[in-house]
Design a binder for this molecule. Structure first.
Ligand SMILES: CC(C)(COP(=O)(O)OP(=O)(O)OC[C@H]1O[C@@H](n2cnc3c(N)ncnc32)[C@H](O)[C@@H]1OP(=O)(O)O)[C@@H](O)C(=O)NCCC(=O)NCCS
Length: 141
């Protein structure tokens, strides 16, 4: 049986592989990636499903702003193709939402449905400045 735990440093490579498998190389042109560019995922809201030491699925949340309101964007959420339909996806999502609520986040958006929020959606902050092509922005001189 799989268990859900918080994402740890060593999980990143496996999560990247899972994203590549689940969303393909075309994922980087999606609008949601513009909102994530140069911004780190919420540190305490990354979760993975592990079974017998193997990563079965993962979820992350990104900070965004809707108008002046700080909000969260759910995703990417992905489960290994041969493990889908076992309840892992919903369990990851629920765990993340539960933790977000416990940490005082008031809104999470998934592809739209914004409800009480109004205004354009934009990046919450800039953690690691990057050029338009995604390369790091080095200091001159
Ligand atoms: C979407 C995804 C994460 C679901 O993971 P999963 O472990 O198979 O999901 P679960 O077994 O927990 O299923 C939860 C429910 O969601 C439903 N569901 C699963 N994939 C779905 C999809 N693509 N569209 C609509 N409903 C879906 C299931 O039927 C199930 O409903 P039920 O309980 O009424 O039968 C998985 O299919 C996946 O990795 N897909 C590719 C990546 C992706 O599209 N991610 C979502 C956008 S970020």
């Amino acid at each position: 049986m799989w268990e859900i735990r918080q994402e740890a440093r060593g999980d990143a490579l496996h999560i990247d592989e899972l994203s590549e498998r689940s969303f393909g190389p075309g994922r980087f042109v999606k609008t949601v990636y513009r909102l994530r560019e140069g911004v780190n995922a919420e540190q305490h809201l990354g979760f993975v499903a592990i079974e017998e030491g193997v990563l079965r699925g993962s979820v992350r949340f990104w900070p965004i702003c809707v108008g002046t309101e700080a909000s969260l964007m759910l995703g990417p959420l992905a489960v290994q193709p041969d493990q889908r339909g076992r309840g892992i996806g919903i369990a990851l999502m629920n765990r993340g939402i539960e933790e977000a609520r416990a940490r005082g986040h008031r809104a999470i958006i998934v592809d739209g449905a914004i409800g009480a929020l109004e205004g354009s959606v934009h990046r919450a902050r800039l953690d690691d400045p990057v050029c338009a092509d995604g390369a790091p922005l080095g200091m001159a001189g």
